[in-house]
Design a protein around this ligand. Structure first.
Ligand code: TRP
Ligand code: ZN
Length: 879
């Protein structure tokens, strides 16, 4: 709307005019007035377009005290100062710039730059937070060696941390002390970090294969050390895994993790000093669920893996964000697969990809994995950049094989260690190391939208051949009306009528092929002819979800049940169950819309009953096959959606399962509810997951027997997984107050547990949930300034409570809009994230669509809206 809303364009990239060799920072830390002195050793970039350009430094919300050039103080007419820039004209080929700024960390509620949380200092610099600390070339292709000296009150800030190695410390006047850090590795400013405060640590050691010893240190607030053991074990596992799988070792003497409760995202990979949301560090069985333990393991691994994929090799510009994020998510997913169950990991990842990334790709914020423009880079830490980016990396591995992928990675590091590079550089390393042509594959980076594959199979009995015809198309997305065909790896198998895998031999091949293989689909229409088949096979398609696409094949219900029982690919077996469940939910929704009853086919009930009865199956996989597609996923599959009806239909199906399969569900619950003391290992986690899925389905029916099960599990559980599973069900039934109060009493001092308590109430279908949410905003454990709390209460209500958020009187939408406007002044990043709850307004039925649009317009009209929120809201309105 205003002139400052100018989009940054990928194709406008130019190399920096200046480079920074060394940075020397000195912080005198005081809560509301921190002095930052910076000494920059700079030179002109020989690659700069304009050899006479002025030196332009980024800076935001800074108080400039002084500037010196080569030791000479500048008078104010010798530089230009604007809202976001400091311009120094007439600078020579090499120069030393000294700048003193003042900042107010206590007043910094954006949690970007330097801020105070619970009395301690933290920084968050990715993507463009360093410019809120001092004037600098705050762009990732400017890599410098950092020296950092921290000065602070000894008693209040006994721990002073920054990147690299501690090289000195000492005492100062006025009860202050100092610590000096040197980071020997060049890095962009977004990887800078400091932490200061009253923290305690858990320490350990790791031996690398080359014989170096790495000190491992996890810093938390006093009283939390007993919750750091899982994170510590995860670091060690991740280090060992990266050494073995990719030959990558850690490169500093110390690896530090610090936990902070006020944090915009999950965690941050600052060189040698990762800063984590407490949610991804603190856990013990009494306070954290199995899902929390898994989340910690994967986020710890993710940040550690960034040391190579992100830090040693970084991004040239922010359009290349997926270069580090897609690759690092792929690496953390592979890690989790190797240390846990590969099939379970894959199914969970695909489920969230479909629920969130597919929705993003189909809506107003759709963008390519490598975006072309943005207003605010913070809005591009998306499902597409992370999760679809990871799928794109996975496709290289699928096409090139594990060894070919490793060769590509090795070449990538050999070529680019210490550099800031692009997604094209990564693709070139993969192509060159394997001598293959990946030109068409580049479209995965440039074209947005989820490709749709339509597959047909034709059996020719006379010829004994089976022909698969694969058609691909990709829907239009904002700014991209027409798409070209993608290069798609399509993994598949063929089963005979008894469920045996058949050899896959393509016409022209002399020897019988393997029973599972990857076809390369490159054209709008591709045909594959399989030979030597005695009968019509049943295809098992997109095994292991070999590409981030939607696939349509006209399976009969019987074929789906057949695949559920026989497919040798675990993912495909789950997929068959998922497809069948989605089908019956869609049919139920259509029936309910016509005022007819929702019917669950006997065939489906029978298949689920068989799964439950088969004690040889992995309970984790049975649990995943039992879980119905989520409301979010179902929403995307429908048009002109009535969310309340959708939620109701899903409940009706669950009630039917609870009624028709009561015996088997109960028997499975009791078999798995063995009273064994809590252990966190794959087998125990799997058993708990199936047990609690059975419980949740049974709890969809009222009645004293189920109530007793729930109450018993709630009271007797020795761990949070079981206790929370029971409470979640109790909270949806009559009179949950007693249990909710009991829970709050017990856990009022544990912020992360209280987040769970907020969420359980925010997603409640019970009447009165919305009033309850308003009351909870005034609860002493709630704070609108804390992103975890906002996500737990407000985010959960707006994103997961379909009935109440979409209330026909418009209450939910107005509530969300009010919160977005309120948050926009406090923390624009968090406001913009919340605003995503309005993205899919055009998919709603007309009445709600109009209500939502009205609220979007109300937000857009707020004067002084941040670029973050403005970008999301204006794009939502443009569709
Ligand atoms: N790079 C972080 C990651 O590993 C993402 C991140 C953490 C972030 N905090 C942030 C991004 C704040 C933007 C703003 O995924
Ligand atoms: Zn990351």
């Amino acid at each position: 709307m205003t002139a400052s809303r100018l989009a940054i364009q990928r194709l406008d990239y130019t190399p920096p005019d200046f480079l920074i060799d060394m940075v020397d920072l000195t912080f005198e830390l005081e809560e509301s007035n921190t002095r930052v002195a910076s000494r920059l050793v700079m030179k002109r970039n020989p690659q700069a377009a304009d050899p006479a350009a002025a030196l332009v430094l980024h800076g935001e919300a800074l108080l400039l005290e002084s500037v010196k050039l080569d030791g000479r103080a500048l008078a104010s007419h010798e530089y230009e100062l604007s809202d976001d820039r400091l311009t120094l004209p007439g600078v020579g080929d090499s120069v030393i710039v000294e700048i003193v700024t003042r900042v107010n960390p206590l007043a910094n509620t954006s949690l970007m730059g330097l801020y105070v949380s619970n009395g301690n200092f933290f920084t968050q610099c990715e993507a463009e937070g360093f410019r809120k600390i001092t004037y600098y070339l705050d762009r990732p292709d400017v890599m410098a060696k950092f020296t950092t000296t921290l000065i602070a009150d000894k008693a209040r800030y006994p721990v002073l941390l920054s990147n690299g190695n501690r090289v000195g410390e000492g005492h100062l006047d006025r009860n202050r002390h100092w610590v000096k850090w040197v980071d020997p590795f060049r890095k962009p400013s977004y990887l800078f970090a400091l932490v200061a405060g009253k923290l305690v640590s858990l320490v350990d050691k790791h031996q690398t294969p080359s014989g170096r010893t790495v000190n491992l240190e996890i810093y938390v607030e006093p009283g939390n050390v007993d919750k750091c053991h899982h994170a510590m074990a995860s670091i060690k596992k991740a280090m060992t895994w990266d050494e073995q799988r990719f030959g990558l070792e850690y490169d500093l003497d110390t690896y530090m993790i610090v936990a902070v409760s006020d944090f915009n995202m999950g965690a941050m990979e600052n060189k040698g000093l990762n800063i984590f949301n407490t949610k991804y560090v603190l856990a013990k069985p009494e306070t954290a669920t199995d899902a929390d333990f898994d989340g910690i393991e994967s986020v710890v691994a993710h940040e550690y893996f960034h040391n190579w994929t992100g830090n040693r090799v970084t991004c040239r510009d922010w359009f290349q964000l997926s270069l580090k994020e897609g690759l690092t998510v792929y690496r953390d997913q592979e890690f989790s697969s190797d240390v846990g169950s590969r099939a379970v990991q894959r199914i969970q990842n695909v489920r969230s990809l479909r629920e969130y990334q597919f929705a993003e790709d189909a809506g107003p914020q759709a963008h390519p994995v490598r975006p072309d423009s943005y207003l605010e880079i913070n809005n591009f830490y998306t499902w597409t950049v992370y999760e679809k980016g990871s799928e794109v990396v996975r496709m290289y591995a699928t096409l090139l094989g594990r060894e070919g992928f490793r060769k590509g990675m090795d070449l990538y590091f050999r070529r680019h260690d210490g550099q800031a590079v692009t997604c094209d550089d990564f693709r070139a390393a993969m192509a060159d190391a394997n001598q293959v042509d990946l030109a068409q594959f580049a479209l995965w980076y440039s074209q947005a939208g989820t490709p749709q594959l339509t597959v047909e199979g034709a059996y020719d009995a006379a010829d004994r051949t089976y022909t698969l015809t694969v058609r691909q198309r990709c829907p239009a997305t904002p700014g991209q009306p027409v798409k070209r065909p993608f290069h798609i790896p399509l993994a598949l198998g063929l089963l005979d009528q008894r469920g045996q895998p058949l050899p896959l031999t393509l016409r022209g091949e002399r020897e019988a092929g393997p029973t599972s293989r990857v076809l390369e689909v490159r054209d709008a229409v591709s045909r594959f002819v399989f030979t030597d088949l005695a009968e019509r096979p049943i295809p098992s398609l997109l095994r292991d979800f070999s590409a981030p696409v939607k696939l349509d094949y006209p399976y009969t219900d019987d074929e789906l049940v057949f695949l559920m029982a026989h497919d040798e690919d675990d993912f495909a077996r789950w997929e068959a169950a998922n497809t069948y469940a989605l089908r019956l939910l869609r049919e139920g929704y259509a029936a309910a819309g016509r005022g007819e009853p929702v019917v669950v086919p006997e065939r489906y009930l029978e298949a689920i009953g068989k799964l439950l009865a088969n004690e040889r199956l992995d309970p984790a996989l049975v649990a995943l096959m039992l879980e119905l597609p989520s409301e979010q996923y179902l929403f995307e599959a429908l048009d002109e959606v009535d969310p309340a009806l959708l939620a109701q239909v899903r409940i009706t199906v669950l009630e039917t399962l609870a009624r028709e399969l009561r015996g088997p569900l109960l028997a499975t619950y009791q078999r798995l509810n063995d009273g064994e003391p809590y252990r966190f290992d794959a087998e125990a986690v799997a058993r708990r997951s199936l047990k609690n899925v059975c419980l949740a389905i049974l709890a969809e029916r009222e009645g004293p027997m189920v109530s007793e099960l729930l109450v018993n599990q709630y009271r007797r559980a020795d761990n949070m997984t079981d206790r929370l599973a029971a409470l979640r069900c109790l909270a949806q039934r009559e009179h949950p107050e007693e249990y909710l109060e009991d829970f709050a009493q017990t856990w009022q001092d544990d912020a992360l547990v209280m987040d769970k308590w907020f969420t359980i109430q925010a997603v409640s279908r019970r009447p009165g949930a919305r009033t309850r949410v308003e009351q909870l905003m005034a609860h002493p454990a709630f704070s609108i300034r804390n992103p975890n709390k906002v996500r737990a209460l407000i985010g959960a209500f707006c994103q997961q409570n379909l009935q109440h958020f979409h209330a026909l009187d418009g209450y939910g939408y107005a509530f969300a809009a009010d919160r977005i406007v309120e948050l926009d002044r406090i923390n624009p990043q968090i406001a913009a994230r919340l605003a995503a709850c309005f993205n899919r307004w055009t998919k709603l039925e007309p009445q709600r669509r109009a209500l939502m649009k009205q609220e979007l317009e109300r937000i857009a009209a707020v004067p002084g809206l941040s670029a973050d929120t403005y970008e999301i809201v204006s794009k939502a309105l443009q569709q």
